[in-house]
Design a protein around this ligand. Structure first.
Ligand SMILES: Nc1ncnc2c1ncn2[C@@H]1O[C@H](COP(=O)(O)OP(=O)(O)OP(=O)(O)O)[C@@H](O)[C@H]1O
Ligand SMILES: [Mg+2]
Length: 474
């Protein structure tokens, strides 16, 4: 048998309630019993004392034959009635001379009973025992009868214990009833509590299952201020993010396939034309083969960039980070672009001096400046100026890459870090080398992975400036 959370919760409450309420009840029941028994005993002893004090002189008179037994008996009968107990009067030797309920001659000597012995000592003591004549269990108490401090006899009082026991039993039943009622209330309350707590959890469980089945639009009620509502909100948030991630991923795959299909189609078309006979014309075949080579190169770059991006997506560990000197890094990148810049008649300038190291992955940061410089060169006409600089700013190093090139239209500016986004697809794709639209998204991924920031400002036909902030190695 499998127990759910609710059953376990209720069972826990039940066990706690039984232990707590039950334990308290038993304690209280025992106390009540002691209290009732003590009170009854005390009452009987007090009565014995009162009667002992009252019959001192009638007993003396009766002993001296001044009072006839019948009168003596009548007086004692009255006392026994008011005391509501069986009254026995004993001589100093313990022999009964009166009993309120039976003929005293049937009663044997009482000297050896503890309450009688103690009464002679002037102490009080009671005892519960079986009465040999009636067979009933009774409570006995006794008190000494004294006249001018000489003992005359002993008063023995007794009552049946049955009424006292039934009183105790009644009290115990009431107590058990209340204890059961309290336990029942606790169980019902815990049942409701468990339902209240577990309802959102089972809703979440169902939602998680449908999420796993691909229903990303599934949400659960998250109204309220308690922890469960917080949990529900976190869950909904997670579902929303998953959904967004999935949409992005689908878009990415769609874009990637599209981008790959275009050069493939171009290659296929040209290959087919060549096979159809165009290869016999040297000028056409030469051009087509060059086209094929260039499209293949484009595909190669595309696949390389895609691989880089997916690697950046997976990579989260910071263990490859080490101190890097900004100026050495920038110098190395600039050096690789010098021939290209010279060819395009673009001047490249670098301003960097004695900066503290930053924390980073050398290869990745190299790629960042490579991509930015290649963009600046690609999107600037001959005669432009490209400036690189780095400066110290409290906890960061700030890099600036400016060009005086074509610039980016304001409506495109928010999208240039998106994957596959190109401002003018027709122009950039045919430009040599054709862009994939992945360069800046790779740059942004790397900068974010380094805990840095990248911002861009641009004015069409005036130029573009990228500002990168990277934390210093502490
Ligand atoms: N310095 C710049 N000046 C003008 N436009 C730019 C500049 N840098 C980027 N852009 C614009 O932003 C777009 C996105 O740049 P990104 O580097 O991501 O792709 P790409 O250069 O087209 O392709 P890839 O870098 O993969 O070869 C470019 O197509 C270009 O239109
Ligand atoms: Mg680029």
């Amino acid at each position: 048998m499998k127990f759910g959370l609710r059953e376990r919760l209720v069972a826990t409450y039940l066990i706690l309630a039984i232990l707590g309420v039950g334990g308290l009840s038993v304690r209280f029941a025992l106390q009540e019993k002691t209290r009732i028994v003590d009170a009854t005993e005390h009452e009987l002893e007090v009565k014995a004392f009162t009667i002992a004090a009252a019959i001192g002189s009638p007993l003396e008179k009766f002993a001296e034959d001044e009072l006839p037994y019948a009168d003596f008996k009548r007086a004692l009968d009255r006392l026994a009635r008011t005391a509501e107990a069986r009254l026995t009067v004993l001589t100093v030797r313990g022999d009964p001379i009166y009993d309120s309920s039976i003929d005293f001659r049937q009663i044997e000597n009482q000297r050896n009973h503890i309450e009688v012995q103690q009464a002679f000592q002037g102490a009080e003591q009671h005892q519960i025992r079986r009465d040999p004549i009636s067979g009933e269990t009774r409570l006995y108490a006794a008190a000494i009868i004294q006249q001018e401090s000489s003992p005359q006899g002993v008063v023995q009082l007794s009552i049946p214990v049955a009424p006292m026991e039934s009183q105790i039993q009644r009290e115990w039943l009431t107590l058990a009833g209340s204890a059961l009622a309290i336990i029942a209330v606790i169980v019902i309350a815990s049942w409701w509590l468990a339902r209240y707590i577990l309802r959102p959890i089972s809703q979440m469980q169902a939602a998680a299952h449908s999420l796993a089945d691909g229903h990303f639009d599934r949400r659960i009620p998250d109204k309220g201020t308690d922890e469960l509502a917080d949990l529900a909100r976190a869950f909904n948030n997670m579902a929303a993010q998953l959904s967004e991630m999935l949409t992005k991923q689908r878009l990415f795959v769609a874009n990637a396939s599209h981008e790959l299909r275009t050069p493939l189609t171009n290659i296929k078309l040209r290959a087919e034309t060549l096979l159809d006979g165009a290869y016999s014309d040297p000028t056409v075949s030469d051009k087509f083969l060059r086209d094929i080579e260039s499209e293949a190169g484009r595909m190669e770059r595309l696949v390389k960039n895609l691989l880089t991006l997916s690697r950046l997506d997976i990579q989260t560990e910071a263990d490859t980070l080490m101190p890097i000197k900004p100026c050495i890094l920038l110098k190395a990148v600039v050096r690789t672009f010098l021939p290209q810049a010279e060819q395009k008649e673009i001047s490249l300038s670098l301003a960097c001096n004695g900066l503290p190291p930053i924390r980073g992955n050398h290869e990745q940061l190299h790629r960042v400046f490579e991509n930015l410089l290649s963009n600046a060169l690609k999107y600037s006409p001959p005669g432009s100026l490209i400036t690189l600089s780095a400066a110290d700013s409290t906890t960061e190093v700030v890099f600036t890459i400016s060009d005086t090139g074509f610039g980016i239209p304001p409506q495109d500016l928010p999208h240039i870090f998106d994957r596959f986004y190109r401002v003018d697809k027709a122009r950039t794709r045919t430009a040599d080398p054709g862009g994939t639209g992945l360069g800046l998204s790779i740059v942004q991924s790397i900068i974010h992975a380094h805990g840095g920031q990248i911002n861009v400002t641009s004015q069409p036909d005036r130029g573009t400036t990228f500002v990168i902030r990277l934390p210093k190695a502490s």
